[in-house]
Design a protein around this ligand. Structure first.
Ligand code: F6P
Length: 375
């Protein structure tokens, strides 16, 4: 009789709501359907480098479906190909030995593009990996959805709803800044869901005069308030993205943030109303996942477990046109999926009068609403 499968699991990069739901789905499916042993690495790849691992039983993952964060911890600096605690040394050979000593058949990595890039590198050395796409940013290539995104959109939408009433009470322009790195998914979806008047995303450089035009038109039309949702990666025509911080030792060192303050100062010169701004920040990553994200996390996790049982290594679970599938890790590693000009939600938002801070925006759109697919 062949021995039971032994499978590792880790959560890498920034956290996102639904990580625990995936850990639960992976562990329970592996134990119940494939009679496997499951080991959880602590703090992402740090656990594989520093030999920090613990067994995960069915009981260990019971009751974590609704919890935010990750019971395993995570880390966005631990890269075996350039380990910051050892001056950027390549410790991948040590990680390989540890994997072999543990007798692992595969490791399921739950993470974003950086995590998939590391998994791809280790796969090249002969270790087996299966990826599960995580990020609130929804910017992984090859999958129309990552888990965590729906929750972030719900949190931002709630904030936009709340800002409406205070903006209206004070006749103010309110600017709310979302996360999302170099893609505008969170700002777009929460902006549309919250009925924002202006949505600014990295995919389209904005013109401050166009934003001012919307605010002034609303002022003179008797609607004395304006809601602007801006993605942290948005930038003016010919301008730069706002960098909040450079994190030394991080494989992805740039942290964006602060564009809403810049906008506030610029807009004040053009409009009569007072202008206020708020950065939502890590609030967008906290707390319990939405039902959609719990479902997606469960589906992704159990699919990843079946991929391990089938020996489908070096691949990441993906959702494409509503179907579950998988794609090679190398297709995801280090890439960003931005919003394309044929996204139906762009055309729909424009149709209901939303501005993207771009004069004559309709000429920037591609195709028709009817021909494009919702992502
Ligand atoms: O990728 C997720 C994300 O929350 C981005 O939207 C944001 O730019 C970044 O991580 C923030 O990173 P950190 O948690 O290191 O501040």
């Amino acid at each position: 009789m062949s021995r039971a499968l032994r499978v590792g699991v880790l959560t890498g990069g920034g956290d996102a709501p639904g990580l625990n739901a995936v850990i639960r789905a992976v562990t329970k499916s592996l134990i119940l359907q494939h009679n496997a042993e499951v080991l959880g690495f602590e703090e992402g790849f740090m656990g594989m480098i520093e030999k920090r691992v613990r067994p995960l039983s069915y009981r260990d993952v019971s009751g974590i479906l609704t919890r935010g964060g990750t019971i395993l911890g995570t880390n966005n600096k631990a890269n075996p190909f350039g380990y910051y605690k050892r001056g950027g040394a390549d410790v991948s050979a040590q990680v390989k030995r540890y994997y072999e000593d543990l007798g692992l058949d595969a490791v399921i990595v739950i993470g974003g593009d950086g995590t998939m890039a590391i998994a791809h590198g280790l796969q090249q050395l002969g270790l087996n990996f299966v990826g599960v796409p995580k990020t609130i940013d929804n910017d992984l290539v090859g999958t129309s959805r990552t888990f965590g995104f729906d929750t972030a959109v719900a949190i931002v939408t709630d904030a936009v709803d709340r800002l409406h009433s205070t903006a209206q009470a004070h006749n103010r322009v309110m600017i709310v800044e979302t996360m999302g790195r170099y893609a505008g998914w969170i700002a777009l979806y929460a902006g549309v869901a919250g009925g924002a008047d202006v949505i600014l995303i990295p995919e389209f450089e904005y013109d401050i005069k166009e934003i001012a035009r919307v605010c002034t038109e609303r002022e003179s039309g008797g609607q004395n308030f304006t809601i602007v949702v801006v993605a942290e990666g948005a930038r003016p025509v010919g301008g730069e993205m706002a960098v909040q911080e450079i994190i030394k030792d991080s494989p992805d060192p740039i942290r964006l943030g602060g564009i809403c303050k810049i906008l506030e100062t610029q807009l004040e010169l053009h409009v009569r109303s007072e202008v206020r701004s708020v950065i939502l920040g890590h609030v967008q990553r906290g707390g319990t996942p939405t039902p959609y994200d719990r479902n997606l996390a469960t589906v992704f996790g159990s699919y990843a477990a079946s991929m391990v049982a089938d020996g489908a290594f070096g691949r990441m679970v993906a959702l494409q046109e509503g179907h579950l599938t998988s794609i090679p890790l190398e297709e995801v590693a280090g890439k960003v999926r931005t919003i394309s000009a044929d996204a139906p939600v762009l055309a729909a938002a424009l149709a209901v009068g939303t501005s993207f801070g771009v004069p004559d925006f309709k000429h920037r759109l591609v195709g028709t609403q009817a021909s494009a697919k919702m992502s």
